[in-house]
Design a protein around this ligand. Structure first.
Ligand code: NAP
Length: 298
């Protein structure tokens, strides 16, 4: 149990923007419930400041950090070591400071898989389309292949990033049923959506404060056989999820993924078993929902 006046170990999340992040609320809730001696804060760190910030963190009393947009891939260059997962994905969302060294991990894929399991979404043999090719998309696509997905389309604004990711995926996993398209290529995009059983938004489109935006137009062929999973969790009902509901598809918010990837980070930092955190997951979700609709503050 944390005692009054006791020195608390520092944890935090770095990103730019960072006002939308619910990670401080999530971690502070679990730290308080378990009576841990940690303090968790948000740090807005621009890309130009990333190296200097991590240099400082390495020499300070930080126990660990989460990493969010847009640093998940770029941060690899400034770390001292990587877990096998983070190395394969080429993306880090959790840094652990061990003996003055910064080691990168990735808990997004585990969080995504656990969130789908909680909603009983089956993957084996299914057809999926993932929008985005950034750090979060990387974790999602490896998790989908690990879950036995049958066919995968990667659609991204910048087509060559999707092509590069598809190439890496088939080289690293042997999975060959991967197709790519540009988000602006309506004919190919609509065909892939019409054939899909799972659509995952791993772009940052729709994230507060741009809550009226969606990666898809209202004419996109969303359909009743489709699960639409939006990694954007703020607001909890994004425009994409409203489009999904209107089309009879099943909308799922990224809030549960946030909770489960956060718990995996806490396990890495504290060495506590995940079961100690899981018992708070339901209460935490209600607590986060009461925050997620409100605008964030810098
Ligand atoms: P990232 O590495 O910066 O990647 C951003 C992705 O969004 C890229 O594919 C980018 O396309 C695309 N994008 C950005 N602006 C766009 C626009 N105006 N139109 C179309 N595409 C656009 O970010 P990330 O770390 O992968 O995070 C992506 C989102 O997932 C964020 O909203 C983040 O909050 C969310 N996330 C949620 C969870 C969770 O637990 N629920 C976990 C991780 C991430 P280009 O390649 O063309 O630039």
């Amino acid at each position: 149990m944390a005692e009054a006046g006791e020195q608390r170990l520092q944890l935090g999340v770095i990103g730019d923007p960072i006002a939308h992040s619910l990670s401080p609320v999530l971690h502070s809730f679990l730290i308080a419930k378990l009576g841990l001696s940690y303090e968790y804060r948000a740090y807005r760190v621009a890309s130009s400041e990333l190296q200097a910030f991590l240099q400082q963190a390495r020499a300070s009393d930080f126990a660990g950090l989460n990493v969010t947009i847009p640093h998940k891939e770029r941060v690899l260059a400034y770390l001292d070591g990587l877990s096998a997962d983070a190395r394969q994905l080429g993306a880090v969302n959790t840094i652990v400071r061990q003996g003055g060294q910064l080691i990168g991990y990735n808990t997004d894929g585990l969080g995504f898989r656990r969130a789908l399991e909680a909603k009983v979404v089956k993957l084996a043999g299914r057809s999926a389309i993932v929008l985005g090719a950034g750090g979060a998309a990387r974790a999602v696509v490896y998790a989908l292949i690990g879950g036995g997905i049958g066919r995968l389309t990667l659609a991204n604004r910048t087509l060559n990033r999707a092509e590069e990711l598809a190439w890496q995926l088939s080289a690293n996993t042997g999975f060959q049923a991967i197709y790519t398209c540009a988000l602006a290529d309506m004919a190919r995009l609509n065909r892939a959506i019409a054939e899909a059983e799972l659509l995952v938004n791993a772009t940052s489109v729709g994230l507060a404060p741009a809550v009226d935006r969606s990666p898809l137009s209202d004419a996109a062929p969303l359909h009743p056989g489709l699960v639409v999973y939006d990694l954007v969790y703020r607001p909890p009902r994004t425009r994409l999820l409203r489009q999904a509901q209107a089309a009879g598809a099943r909308p799922l918010s990224g809030l549960e993924m946030l909770i489960y990837q956060g718990i995996e980070s806490l396990c890495l930092w504290t060495g506590r078993p995940r079961g100690e955190f899981y018992i708070w997951a339901e209460e935490l979700q209600k607590y986060l929902l009461s925050y997620a609709g409100k605008p964030g503050r810098e």
